[in-house]
Design a protein. Structure first.
Length: 307
């Protein structure tokens, strides 16, 4: 394999095209107080923290593919599934472009390098209490055990790990740069984490039988298809209810809820096409699109408020 093809294979192993989680950072940046924004050290620290988390996420994705290759679930879902055969291109272990030792070496390099950059960024930041550094390290190490090591996603913690990891991307840098958290940062971080978590929920609807076959425990495999679809229906309106409840008790301005109306509308479409019409991959795709939309709208809203 040529060097260019090798680089591309590693890029697919790390899912470099999956940049969804990075949309948390513009939200954080636009929530920063003006005095913090003017500090040069803010952007140096923020940039190094982002680089660290980016590499940790690469490790998380690569370790997930390693597990999927070892237990045969990726081969079954992609190579052996005619409808998904084209997308097997994104699984270089399944296609044979990379060998298992290469993938393991790449994953560990990403993780260790990411942790080093994360700690360096926190030390550069104005606020770096020991507990925050420990939280960032523990959170990153737990996240890569999503389906590797402890295999948390196999024993009932899949949804929780995804939600908390996304929240960490908001909480840790915001605290390190400002010395605390704001109500708005936690609300926006929670919504973004929820929307990205729902991407996995729709993937799980499609993979119920495969996941059961490899012993993976998640909400879908525990409840079964019918109950799971009912849960998806409840969750399709959960964020809408939470946001307008917060508006009703004056924790959020009405403009915030109105700004997110396109996202709430997409959530109904996602449920109808992904769950009711039994097309979970469309639901997954729409989930990514609405998470992008929500992150961009909240970022723009933050700019408007700041100005």
């Amino acid at each position: 394999m040529t060097p260019v093809k090798s680089v591309r294979a590693y890029g697919r192993l790390a899912n470099l095209y999956f940049l969804d989680y990075n949309l948390a950072y513009p939200m954080v940046a636009t929530l920063l107080p003006a005095a913090v924004v003017r500090e040069g050290r803010t952007w140096a620290a923020f940039g190094v923290i982002i680089a660290g988390y980016f590499l940790v996420h690469c490790a998380l994705i690569a370790f997930d593919d390693i597990t999927g290759f070892r237990d045969g679930s990726d081969a079954k879902n992609y190579r052996d599934n005619p409808s998904a055969l084209r997308r097997a291109h994104w699984k270089p272990l399944v296609t044979g472009e990379l060998r298992l030792p290469q993938a393991l070496r790449f994953s560990w390099i990403c993780l260790l390098s990411g942790l080093a950059l994360l700690v360096a960024g926190l030390l550069i930041a104005p606020y770096h209490p020991l507990w925050l550094i420990a939280l960032a390290i523990v959170g990153a190490c737990v996240s890569v055990q999503y389906s590797y090591g402890l295999k948390l996603s196999h024993i009932g913690f899949q949804e929780l790990v995804l939600f908390l990891f996304t929240m960490e991307l908001v909480f840790v840098p915001f605290w390190a740069l400002t010395g605390g958290v704001s109500t708005r940062s936690m609300i926006e971080g929670s919504l973004f984490a929820f929307w990205l978590m729902m991407v996995s929920w729709y993937s799980n609807l499609r993979d119920i039988e495969t996941d059961r076959g490899v012993g993976r425990i998640n909400v879908a495999t525990i409840t079964g298809e019918r109950t799971y679809i009912n849960l998806l229906g409840v969750l399709a309106i959960a964020d809408l209810i939470v946001v307008f409840t917060l508006i009703a008790i004056d924790e959020l301005p009405l403009a915030f809820g109105l700004l997110l109306c396109p996202v709430f509308a997409l959530r109904f479409v996602q449920f109808r096409l992904g769950a009711i019409k039994r097309n979970p991959l469309v639901g997954r795709l729409l989930g990514r699109r609405l998470a992008w939309t929500g992150a961009v709208l909240m970022t723009l809203g933050n700019l408007i408020v700041a100005n």
